[in-house]
Design a protein around this ligand. Structure first.
Ligand code: A3P
Length: 286
C-alpha cells in the first residue's frame, strides 16, 4: 500500500536537443513569451550547482532589511520561483527568478530588457554526485537507476536539462559577449563566501552596510541553511526526503567518495574531449 501512494516518476525525452521532463516543457509557449522587466534578476544554473544558495543570498541582499516576514514565512522556492513553471503569482520587484535552462532557451525578453543574469557553475564531478542523490530522493525526477548507470547517463547528457558540458560551455560563451551575465563558481562560494558576495554586489550595483554584509555571509552558511525550514526544502509538497535531505553535504570533493578509480579515469578522458575551451576551468578540489 505504501508504494501505491508514490507518484510515478516522469519520463525523460528529447526536447529541441535537450533532455527534459514535461514539468519543464509544459509551459513552453508562455515561458518563451515571458515579459521581463529591466529590474528582473535571473539566476541560471545546471541543476544542483548551488541555485538555492545563490537564490537565498540574493533574496537577503534585496529583501533582508525591508521584509523580515518574508524571511520567516515564505520558503525560498516561492520567493525565487522557477521560470520554467511560470507563474502567475510573481513576487514584487525586483523579481528574482531562477531557471535551469541552457542559454539558448532563455526567453528573448530577458536579453531585450538587459536584465542582470547570474550563472552559477559547479564542477561536473560534484554536480553529478549531488544530482544523483537528488534524483534518487525526488520523485519528480526520472528514475536515476544505480550509480554506475547514472554515471554513464550524466556523461551522455541523458538527465533533466541535458548535457552539463553544453550547459556550462554555452553560458560561458554567452558571458564573453554579454556584460549582463555574471558567471560564478560554486567552489569559489565555498572557498570565500564574503568575497563572492562582494563581487555579486558590485555586479548588481548594491552596497549593503558592513553589518548587513556580515549578517548575510553568516546566515547563508551551509549549517544555517540546513536548519532553516525556509531554505532547506522541508516544506516542499512535491518532494519527500525520507531517505536524505536537500541540504546534503555542501562540500567540494565529495565525488571522491563515489567515483571508483576506473570511473574517474573514464570521466577525465571524456571530459577532455568535451571541454575544449581552456579559459573555462572548474575546480574539483580546494
Ligand atoms: P550537495 O548535494 O553536494 O550537498 P541546488 O540548489 O542547485 O539544487 O544545489 C543543491 C546543492 O547545493 C546541494 O549540494 C546543497 O547541499 C548545496 N548547497 C546549498 N546551500 C549551500 C550552502 N549554503 N553551502 C554549501 N552548499 C550548499
Amino acid at each position: 500500500p505504501d508504494q501505491m501512494e508514490l507518484p510515478s516518476r516522469p519520463e525523460l525525452f528529447d526536447f529541441r536537443g535537450v533532455s527534459m521532463t514535461h514539468f519543464f516543457t509544459d509551459n513552453w509557449e508562455n515561458v518563451q513569451n515571458f515579459k521581463a522587466r529591466p529590474d528582473d534578476v535571473l539566476i541560471a544554473t545546471y541543476p544542483k550547482a548551488g541555485t538555492t544558495w545563490v537564490s537565498y543570498i540574493l533574496d537577503l541582499l534585496y529583501f533582508g532589511q525591508t521584509s523580515p516576514e518574508r524571511q520567516t514565512s515564505v520558503p525560498i522556492y516561492e520567493r525565487v520561483p522557477f521560470l520554467e513553471l511560470i507563474v502567475e503569482r510573481l513576487p514584487t520587484s525586483p523579481r528574482l527568478i531562477k531557471t535551469h535552462f541552457p542559454v539558448q532557451f532563455v526567453p528573448k525578453s530577458f536579453w531585450e530588457q538587459n536584465c542582470k543574469i547570474i550563472y552559477v557553475a559547479r564542477n561536473a564531478k560534484d554536480n553529478m554526485v549531488s544530482y544523483f542523490h537528488f534524483d534518487s530522493m525526488a520523485m519528480i525526477e526520472p528514475d536515476p537507476g544505480d550509480w554506475n548507470n547514472y554515471f554513464q547517463r550524466f556523461m551522455q547528457g541523458k538527465v533533466v536539462t541535458g548535457s552539463w558540458y553544453d550547459h556550462v560551455n554555452g553560458w560561458w560563451k554567452k558571458k564573453q559577449t554579454s556584460p549582463n551575465v555574471h558567471y560564478m563558481f560554486y567552489e569559489d562560494l565555498v572557498e570565500d563566501t564574503g568575497r563572492e558576495i562582494d563581487k555579486l554586489c558590485s555586479f548588481l550595483g548594491l552596497s549593503p552596510s558592513e553589518d548587513e554584509r556580515k549578517r548575510i555571509t553568516g546566515g547563508v552558511q551551509f549549517d544555517k541553511m540546513k536548519k532553516n525550514n525556509m531554505t532547506n526544502y522541508s516544506t516542499h509538497a512535491r518532494m519527500d526526503f525520507k531517505t536524505g535531505s536537500f541540504m546534503r553535504k555542501g562540500r567540494v570533493g565529495d565525488w571522491k567518495n563515489h567515483f571508483t578509480v576506473a570511473q574517474n579515469e573514464e570521466f577525465d578522458e571524456d571530459y577532455k574531449k568535451k571541454m575544449k575551451d581552456p579559459t573555462l576551468q572548474l575546480r574539483t578540489d580546494l
